[in-house]
Design a protein. Structure first.
Length: 475
């Protein structure tokens, strides 16, 4: 697989796209120059302890106090100073940053865990001999008073590089402690790397990095000379003199597609994404595929393509929580196993934690995915002011009936018309084919194109006042 990172380093906002075999797999964005919160380390002061929430609120020098979940072994009191680290933001975005006292300093190959002990090797390193070798090295270089996690990327890395990284991470930690000791006010101790540098650190087997600004390009070249970026990774500068970088790599159009409800599969089938409060539901449809004689075979083909696309979409849309997939029905146990293993394989390139729980009795695949960022559609979209998130509005016919009902109320109050209903064109059209209420009551419909589909306005026009020219009488 060819993995590339395309970086749009525009003024004020940096976006980074992970492209695998020409297809967009991940998209990330971040305001440049912002202190950054997740991964950053802060010197904090405990402001309040909330036993009912099992949490403390900690002033970290930002606008909102941070939220620190407490465990039984923690003895914190108001006014205590603590070193905390921002964690991935949870759904509680308005409640300020969620922080932890368990600091994790990540390098390319190792993660230093101050205050812990022991060495852990990433579960993704499968080979027992390699695990043992890495364990040996890691135990030798683990600084006192710290734990060490060996990341998957360390497979095949020289011992020298691991030694150097362990030393540099430990130095960073010493520096953080020194700074904290002389800080008088809560605030930032150690800022995280900018978005694209974190991605370069965390992505494996990166063939190419393309970036749109000279300054950042120069910084990448320096980082590569300092061995922070693999030698094999090609670094390119994209000059935006004719075209914007994301236009040149067709990334904008792929982002727009990732927001749509329907996703087409190469075979002609398609997926429908529904984001519910408690879970994400994905429906697999055979679409244009003709379910011919060999139904089972066709179903399997669509399902296998769907599995691959679903794995990609989950990363791209950064879906979190419970995911239910309604695949096309397949009877055979063999086919179901083939589908399960294809799904597992497709999920391997996902850096988030994913788990397939299995296939339920009704044929739904149950999965969970641990999200690390804000879901794409939440990050790029706001609630619809038109339907307030319902996704539907009243039909023109129903609005017309409601308007007529309103006139009946007005008539009960003694009004006799003529009445003019100002409403949306579709409601006006529906009104025109409706019978008037009584022979002597004159009702007119007037379409106003900009009007909200569900709203109307009724005016009783006094006798002798001309009816607006655009208004049409009811039948
Ligand atoms: Zn809407």
């Amino acid at each position: 697989m060819v993995r590339e990172l395309i970086i749009d380093d525009a003024p004020g906002y940096l976006r980074a796209a992970v492209v695998e075999d020409g297809k967009l797999s991940e998209i990330h964005g971040e305001k440049t120059g912002s202190a950054g919160e997740t991964e950053s380390v802060f010197c904090g002061r405990v402001q309040a302890i909330k036993p009912s929430l099992k949490a403390a609120f900690v002033d970290i020098g930002t606008e909102l106090n941070a939220f620190l979940p407490l465990t039984d072994d923690m003895t914190l009191r108001c006014g205590d100073r603590v070193i905390v680290q921002g964690q991935a933001k949870q759904a509680t975005e308005t409640k300020g940053l969620r922080v932890t006292t368990k600091i994790n300093l990540a390098g390319k190959w190792l993660v230093l865990v101050p205050g812990q002990s022991g060495v852990h090797i990433s579960k993704k390193v499968k080979d027992p001999a390699l695990r043992a070798a890495l364990m040996d090295i890691a135990q030798g270089i683990c600084p006192a008073g710290c734990g060490l996690i060996v990341r998957t990327a360390s497979e095949g890395v020289t011992q020298q590089l691991l030694v150097e990284e362990a030393r540099s991470l430990h130095e960073t930690w010493q520096e953080i402690k020194r700074k904290a000791a002389c800080m008088t006010k809560p605030g930032l101790l150690h800022g995280r790397l900018p978005l694209h540098m974190r991605l370069i650190r965390d992505l494996r087997e990166l063939s190419k990095v393309v970036i749109s600004s000279q300054e950042s390009y120069d910084a990448l070249i320096t980082a590569q000379q300092e061995q922070q970026i693999d030698k094999q990774t090609r670094i390119e500068l994209f000059r935006e003199d004719r075209q914007l970088i994301f236009d040149a790599y067709s990334i904008e159009t792929q982002i727009d597609k990732a927001l749509r409800r329907r996703v087409w599969l190469p075979c002609g089938g398609y997926l429908i994404f529904d984001f519910c409060e408690a879970m994400t539901v994905i429906d697999v449809n055979s679409g244009k595929m003709i379910l011919g004689r060999d139904l089972e075979e066709t179903a399997l083909r669509v399902n296998l393509e769907a599995a691959e696309e679903i794995a990609r979409q989950l990363r791209l849309r950064d879906v979190g929580g419970i995911v239910l997939v309604d695949f096309i029905d397949m009877r055979g146990e063999e086919q179901r196993q083939a589908l399960l293993s294809r799904m597992k394989e497709a999920l391997l390139s996902d850096r988030a934690q994913t788990k397939i729980e299995g296939i339920t009795r009704l044929g739904l695949m149950e999965m969970t995915r641990k999200r690390t960022h804000t879901q794409l559609h939440k990050a790029l979209r706001a609630g619809c002011s038109y339907c307030s998130g319902d996704g539907e509005v009243l039909s023109g016919e129903e609005v017309a009936r409601r308007a007529v009902r309103q006139i009946r109320r007005m008539m009960l109050a003694g009004q006799r018309g003529p009445f003019v209903i100002r409403c949306s064109p579709s409601a006006a059209q529906a009104l025109e084919s409706m019978p008037s209420l009584a022979p002597d009551v004159q009702i007119y419909a007037q379409a106003s194109p900009g009007r909200h589909a569900e709203r109307f306005e009724i005016e009783q026009i006094g006798t002798g006042i001309p009816i607006p020219r655009e208004a049409r009488p009811l039948k």
